[in-house]
Design a protein around this ligand. Structure first.
Ligand SMILES: NC(=O)C1=CN([C@@H]2O[C@H](COP(=O)(O)OP(=O)(O)OC[C@H]3O[C@@H](n4cnc5c(N)ncnc54)[C@H](O)[C@@H]3O)[C@@H](O)[C@H]2O)[C@@H](O)CC1
Ligand SMILES: Nc1ncnc2c1ncn2[C@@H]1O[C@H](COP(=O)(O)OP(=O)(O)OP(=O)(O)O)[C@@H](O)[C@H]1O
Length: 487
């Protein structure tokens, strides 16, 4: 009987989509009614848990069960007992729920204009990955946002534009140009290194110190201890001490060469900064029009791209913009160089991080934090059961997903979360209730994608791809809205 019922519910879910012919919808409707009547004899088990978020600290005993490699990084909520999990349907079966599904989706109105249902942007996409930012942006559009922009590497912009005419795509830097800048920098540094070799010793007499001994001074030491303005002084000093004119000429030439190299390096680094700042300006100039910015899908791992991202994230926090961080940006944040930025983001309420299993393992344990409660951002740990946590409060999404694990579903989730975050901005306008509701909206986004993968898998089985998941999103959301209306 349970099988009949679940088949009927699944069919109903799929076939009641408005695009399905009316005759098919009526037939499935009858099947559903008959199976519901029969199910009265074998009621489904009631959920044990309230749909409130649960406190992770209240479950400290399960925290202690973490394996040592997990404790080296973040506390992994998916390592906790899975008893406290919820499905979308559970939201309607509990009276003491402390969040409001009716405020998830912005209502339509005759005064709606282009953008009033959400404007999001993705920063990602590189010469290697063009699919990831497309999946994320298209997922947000398929959820229902009005406008989606992709900021990407110039090399990725044409392919992404070809995937969808609905996307606005802007190349904001060139990987080829960044490569050339890095190569130039590496060559200059290598040449400088040759001149600053530690064993390059100059023998000087110690006449000035009143004795007739000699000392060995390394050129490296001279260069490090004296800036350019002292070069002349050094030369005069050496002239007094070094008798050998040829050796003296040699030293002066070396000093001049080093000075030139240092100037070229400075000029190159200024040029790098200018190019990076221009890319940052291109993205930041859009901030006032955005409800949310998703950073990371297909970003790649170029060090200069990371410099752009670093400034964009800092400006995003200053502008109070909602930031969804996925994929390569999470790799970036696991690097020692970006530790300070990472810790700032953990304290930023408008930040949502969506690590997969590997990314979760890489993220370091925050050093400046007393407890999980100091974390203000939301973390979505993706897995068989997605765990959405904010501070020490965690809610797990037990919605059933499809069995196929194709590349890009994480990107679809990042885009879906971006859409829900845009709606949260539009509805709540950042008030206190909105912040509480935000984690619930992220959890609902997880349910949405799980359900979409389930439907896509039922349709396509082994051939299922992320595109099929994209196609299911609008139907899943339509059903969720129907659930809310029926409540
Ligand atoms: N079509 C595209 O353009 C796609 C681009 N992608 C991009 O590819 C880049 C690298 O992403 P990756 O996720 O590969 O980066 P990672 O360096 O985090 O690699 C993850 C690795 O872990 C493995 N893995 C994942 N889940 C696991 C689990 N539960 N247990 C054991 N191993 C597991 C994966 O097979 C993969 O090899 C990102 O920029 C991402 O956005 C991906 O999103 C896939 C699709
Ligand atoms: N073991 C699993 N069983 C079932 N679903 C899973 C499992 N792991 C992840 N998922 C689901 O797959 C989706 C993407 O998660 P995944 O871990 O593949 O992200 P990702 O590696 O960032 O994806 P992408 O391929 O886009 O980079 C999420 O909806 C998540 O719930």
């Amino acid at each position: 009987m349970t099988l009949v019922l679940s088949y009927a519910v699944n069919s109903l879910h799929r076939y009641m989509h408005p695009k399905t012919p009316l005759s098919k919808r009526l037939a499935v409707g009858w099947l559903f009614l008959i199976s519901r009547a029969a199910a009265g004899f074998c009621p489904s088990p009631q959920p044990q848990q309230s749909t409130k978020f649960i406190s992770a600290s209240a479950k400290s005993s399960s925290h202690h069960r973490h394996s040592s490699n997990i404790s080296a990084s973040f506390k992994s909520y998916n390592q906790m007992s899975t008893a406290h999990t919820q499905k979308w349907a559970d939201v309607f079966t509990h009276q003491n729920s402390n969040y409001s599904p009716q405020y998830l989706f912005p209502p339509f109105s005759s005064r709606s204009h282009k953008g009033s249902h959400g404007r999001i942007a993705i920063l990602g996409g590189s010469n290697k990955y063009t699919g990831a930012p497309y999946y994320a942006a298209q997922a947000a559009l398929n959820c229902g946002v009005d406008l989606a922009t992709v900021f990407c590497a110039a090399e990725a912009s044409v392919p992404i534009k070809c995937y969808s005419p609905e996307l606005m795509v802007q190349g904001v830097y060139s990987i080829e140009r960044f490569d050339a800048l890095l190569e130039e920098e590496e060559a200059l540094l290598a040449e400088l290194e040759k001149y600053k070799h530690k064993n390059d010793l100059i023998t000087v007499d110690n006449f000035d110190n009143g004795d007739d001994t000699t000392s060995n001074i390394s050129l490296d030491k001279l260069l490090l201890e004296h800036d350019d303005s002292h070069n002349e002084l050094i030369q005069n000093e050496l002239l007094k001490n070094v008798d050998d004119t040829k050796k003296m000429d040699d030293i002066v030439n070396k000093l001049q060469k080093v000075k030139q190299l240092q100037e070229s390096l400075q000029e190159l680094q200024d040029r790098q900064m200018e190019i990076i700042s221009k890319s940052v300006r291109d993205v930041v100039s859009m901030f006032p029009t955005l409800h949310a910015l998703c950073v990371g899908p297909g970003l790649g791992r170029h060090p200069l791209v990371f410099k752009v991202v670093q400034q964009v994230l800092q400006r995003g926090m200053e502008s109070n913009l909602t930031l969804i961080l996925d994929a390569d940006v999470l790799f970036m944040l696991s690097l020692e160089e970006y530790r300070e930025l990472y810790e700032e983001l953990l304290k930023y309420e408008g930040c949502i991080m969506t690590p997969n299993v590997m990314e979760m393992k890489r993220l370091p344990s925050p050093s400046s934090f007393g407890s999980e409660n100091d974390k203000k951002n939301i973390i979505v740990e993706k897995g068989h059961v997605d765990a959405v946590s904010r501070g020490d409060v965690v809610m797990q999404c037990a919605e059933e997903g499809g069995l196929k694990r194709s590349g890009g579903i994480g990107d679809v989730l990042a885009g879906t979360i971006s859409a829900y975050m845009a709606w949260n901005q539009i509805i709540e306008r950042g008030n206190e209730g909105g912040k509480q509701q935000r984690a619930f909206a992220v959890w609902t986004a997880c349910c949405t994608v799980k359900r979409a993968t389930k439907l896509a898998f039922e349709n396509k089985r082994r051939a299922m791809s992320s595109r099929d998941v994209l196609d299911e999103i609008c139907g899943v959301i339509a059903h969720m809205e129907d659930d809310i209306e029926r409540r």
